[in-house]
Design a protein around this ligand. Structure first.
Ligand code: NDP
Ligand code: MG
Length: 390
């Protein structure tokens, strides 16, 4: 069957999700066409992407990078270049766009994604903050417009694939796998002396800095629990996390009859990204998949919450609900930033999250603007935290 070529908008083209998306696009040029790309300040890398893929529209959200790129004529003449945050919305709502890959980091994807969802466009959802922050607004908007949210995070993509063809009432629980990060076997008492250089090396995945630190603390799994809650509409007691150091089983769905389905590939984001971009069709993968002629070992064990206080705080936030998820996310983001610039130590990350959550008034934001304000207030609070150990 001949399938129409999809027009792809890639937000965050210069990042790790961006690079893996470009690999899928190179492989499937007859099925996918890149029509718009964005970056924050990496103007040269974005210009090279425009050159290679002959991209008609590009955006640099950082205004000095935009001015520099314009002044130096870095972009090919066939690319129309825009600058500033609002341009992310313009690019995500291009009439000819079919699917928006949300590969930016942080809350900057919220408004463009909501605008694209309102227009009924497909969203390949890698950016976690969209659901963590905007959960109910995003899900409601997608229901209204009929926009399809395709989970790109490997765990949610696995669950999405396992759920296809099944009824929600038949699901007992979702089991999210986690590598446990680079300190899963380190003595707990040594965690206080972990350096940013140690925390930004992941044993299995090659990812951006922030998410690599989040993997070590398991705040990443916390954010993924929030995402799973919104995407699959399940209460916290039916969301489980299991450590799986090899990162081959990307998650499981357990049904009421005791059957458990899982999805498995080597640890590379190209598999999940391709699944979303070509959905509902399938095609040859960018990289070779697992080969059962080679012996391999898969291990599973429950996470120790004393080692991963960020995971414990995530469950507590999920039970509290309301603004707690936004507070968890913003406080973690600042905590990671401060850890990376040396102003706090590794174990201050959960301390900051805990401190910000304890200031929560248990209110519920009723608009996206109110959420953004809570996000900003939490960031201020997290920045004011004084480390007793640095
Ligand atoms: P990276 O840090 O590698 O890339 C981030 C991208 O966003 C870059 O293109 C960057 O541009 C752009 N960007 C950064 N800040 C801003 C801003 N303020 N406004 C607009 N654009 C900005 O991140 P990742 O690719 O690792 O992650 C992207 C998202 O996907 C995150 O939410 C992450 O949690 C999620 N995710 C990532 C996975 C992975 O394998 N990496 C797996 C699953 C989910 P520039 O280069 O110019 O700074
Ligand atoms: Mg993940």
């Amino acid at each position: 069957m001949k399938v129409a070529r999809k027009n792809v908008v890639l937000l965050g083209a210069t990042g790790s999700i961006g690079a893996n998306t470009l690999r899928v696009l190179r492989k499937h040029q007859n099925k996918l066409k890149l029509i718009a790309v964005t970056a924050h300040s990496n103007d040269q890398k974005l210009a090279d992407i425009c050159q290679e893929f002959k991209v008609p529209y590009a955006t640099l959200t950082d205004s000095s990078a935009y001015k520099r790129a314009k002044a130096e004529g870095r972009f090919p003449s066939e690319t129309q270049l825009f600058g500033g945050n609002d341009a992310l919305i313009e690019i995500s709502t291009l009439e000819e766009a079919d699917i928006i890959v949300l590969g930016v980091v942080g809350a900057c994807g919220l408004k463009p994604a909501l605008a694209a969802i309102d227009m009924g466009k497909e969203i390949a959802l890698a950016n976690k903050e969209l659901l963590v922050l905007g959960g109910s607004f995003v899900i409601d908007a997608a229901k209204r417009s009929g926009s399809r949210l395709l989970p790109t995070d490997s765990e949610h993509n696995a669950i999405f694939q396992c759920l296809e063809g099944h009824c929600n009432e038949d699901v007992e629980k979702l089991i999210l796998t986690a590598s446990g990060g680079q300190f899963r076997d380190a003595p707990i008492q040594k965690l206080d002396s972990v350096t940013p250089a140690d925390a930004t090396q992941h044993p299995n995945w090659s990812m951006g800095q922030k998410i690599t630190v989040d993997s070590a603390t398991m705040a990443n799994k916390g954010l993924e629990l929030f995402e799973a809650h919104w995407l699959f509409n399940l209460e916290p007691s039916r969301l489980e996390v299991v450590l799986h150091p090899q990162s081959i089983a990307h998650s499981f769905v357990q049904f009421v009859d005791g059957s458990i389905l899982g999805q498995f590939t080597p640890p590379s984001m190209t598999f999940a990204i391709q699944h979303c971009l070509l959905y509902p069709h399938r095609s040859a993968s960018v990289e070779p998949t697992l080969d059962f002629k080679q012996s391999m070992q898969w291990d599973f064990r429950a996470p120790d919450l004393a080692r991963y206080p960020c995971l414990k705080l995530a469950y507590e936030s999920l039970y509290t609900g309301g603004n707690a998820l936004a507070i968890y996310n913003a406080s973690n983001e600042i905590a990671v930033e401060r850890f990376l610039n040396g102003s706090i130590n590794y174990l201050d990350i959960p301390r900051i999250i805990d401190w910000c959550l304890s200031n929560d008034t248990n209110s519920v934001a009723t608009s996206v603007e109110a959420l953004i304000e809570i996000d900003a207030l939490t960031r201020k609070l997290a920045n004011a935290f004084k480390s007793s150990s640095v």
